[in-house]
Ligand binder design. Sequence first.
Ligand SMILES: [Fe+2]
Length: 136
Amino acid sequence: MALEWKDEYSTGVDKVDEQHRKLFAFLNDLEEFITQGIDSGPKVDSLLVSLATDVQTHFSFEEHCMKQYNCPVARENKEAHNEFLRQFGNFQHEYKAKGSSVSLLKKLHETAESWVVNHICNIDIHLKSCVGKGED
Ligand SMILES: [Fe+2]
């Protein structure tokens, strides 16, 4: 089922929410490929490259925000991001070594989809109560 944005995902930082929405869109596109049985080709390659780039950009920006607003979960957030990047790195390695397959894409999709929703709800939303409090 495609990811849908909910108000409860809001972090109080528009740019972070916008980046989260974009991640949802990537994952929904990936799901669409899987449904259609498309497991390789330029579209899949380009989606995975964009996803990797956007995840990096998003994590750095969000970590910067948490630091700026003295968010108590800043460290936990960074550790969770690093763990995700480690898992994503494993996926990229497998993708390069063995080639793409629907099952590999499914694995990435399922892992990333549940990770992103849990992560937003448990960690990122802490930003909301910090915004405007800890600014110098
Ligand atoms: Fe985060």
